[in-house]
Design a protein around this ligand. Structure first.
Ligand code: ZN
Length: 380
């Protein structure tokens, strides 16, 4: 994945971006900044672009007719190119995790996952397997923040998530109280509510909003022409206003997971209609294909996500707001199912599913028993 070539190529949120560029040009970028917004809204991409704008050796400016100066970046100097090399965060994190795996057992425990594209730019992702930002990572940030930048005007730290271990959050708070003049800390948060109020109050916050469905559809038509026009609306709805999510959306995988999720719901609808003994064969044949291990876990997570979206759609239909349904292509079947299932069942199933999902997030290594979950759904 490459970064947009200029700020004008960044999708959506032009006011927020303009505000940040003006702040950089005036030397007023907050030392501690929370960039919030839904997954796929471009928080990480924008954070890297802002970092380039601060660190660029050429410091280009765009001038507006009203005389306002907007910071920009050249994209070709050594500072820009090194920072841009971190554009594919997932790949970088995977490489750092793989490097840690090579270490001796004792060193492995002490080593935290960090991405450093430039001597003055440090990217701190949640540390696997718990996927939390840990004390060791924040300690590294604190230690390095005491040094002056060596090859760029500022030292910039990007924390790519807002979920911290408790001691890590407390430790970060201390830096945020008195950040050194040459340091900028950017925290990317899907939900800033997860951060300690004391952390939030010490940071400037800029919110990236979701894009309208029509804009995402246009974007898909332009960038992913292989997606059929009829499916564009579906992808745009499912991406919930996140351009990055829409562009990277794997429709085939989603449709497969959703087909399995539908088996759960059809089964429950057949049980509740009571007209005939429901046939559980399809359900058990499906759950059998979910195996233990990392791959099975991913597949299970995808199944639960699509099940959760289907249940939300059923709630929307029951609540009389069909225009908000996201699985637009399944509307006739969803209407039949919504009529067959009680509002109470849908609500309880959603709540049960939330619990299962948060349990899986807390304990990534636990394998979910789909059969047990299916039984629970049938009884609720
Ligand atoms: Zn540059």
């Amino acid at each position: 994945m490459a970064l947009p070539a200029t700020f004008n190529d960044f999708l959506g949120n032009s006011l927020a971006v303009e505000h940040l560029r003006t702040a950089i040009a005036a030397g007023r970028l907050p030392h501690s900044l929370i960039l919030s917004g839904p997954s796929g809204a471009g928080k990480y991409t924008l954070a890297l672009m802002l970092t380039m704008a601060v660190e660029c050796e050429r410091q280009p400016r765009d001038l507006w007719s009203n005389g306002q100066s907007l910071a920009s970046f050249c994209g070709v100097c050594t500072n820009c190119t090194r920072i841009a090399s971190a554009a594919n965060l997932e790949e970088q994190v995977e490489a750092a995790v793989a490097a840690r795996e090579e270490l001796r057992e004792t060193d492995k425990k002490e080593t935290r996952v960090l991405v450093q594209p430039h001597p003055d730019v440090l990217i701190i992702p949640p540390d696997p397997p718990q996927l939390l930002i840990k004390l060791g990572q924040v300690r590294t940030l604190i230690q390095r923040s005491h040094y002056l930048p060596s090859e760029a005007p500022r030292k910039i730290f990007i924390l790519t998530a807002a979920n911290f271990m408790k001691e890590a959050a407390n430790s970060l708070l201390k830096v945020l109280e008195e950040p050194p003049d040459t340091v900028h800390i950017i925290i990317l948060a899907e939900n800033p509510g997860e951060l300690l109020p004391t952390i939030r109050s010490r940071c400037g916050t800029v919110r990236l909003g979701a894009l309208p469905v029509e804009e995402i559809e246009m974007l898909l038509a332009d960038r992913r022409p292989e997606i059929q026009p009829a499916q564009r609306l579906l992808v745009a709805r499912l991406a919930q206003g996140a351009a990055g999510k829409a562009l990277g959306f794997d429709l085939t995988a989603y449709t497969a997971a959703r087909a399995d999720a539908l088996i759960f719901i059809r089964n429950a609808a057949a049980s509740s209609s009571g007209s005939a003994d429901p046939d559980h064969t399809a359900l058990f044949r499906m759950t059998e294909t979910y195996r233990a291990g990392a791959e099975g876990q991913q597949k299970t997570a995808a199944l639960l996500r699509s099940l959760s979206l289907l249940l939300e759609d059923l709630l929307l239909l029951s609540a009389g707001t069909p225009e908000l349904v996201r699985n637009t292509d399944l509307r006739p079947e969803l209407e039949r199912l919504a009529a067959a299932l009680s509002f109470r069942w849908i609500e309880q199933a959603s709540r049960g599913l939330d619990q299962v999902q948060s349990g899986m997030r807390r304990n990534l290594l636990r394998n979910l028993s789909l059969d047990a979950f299916a039984t629970q759904l049938a009884q609720s």
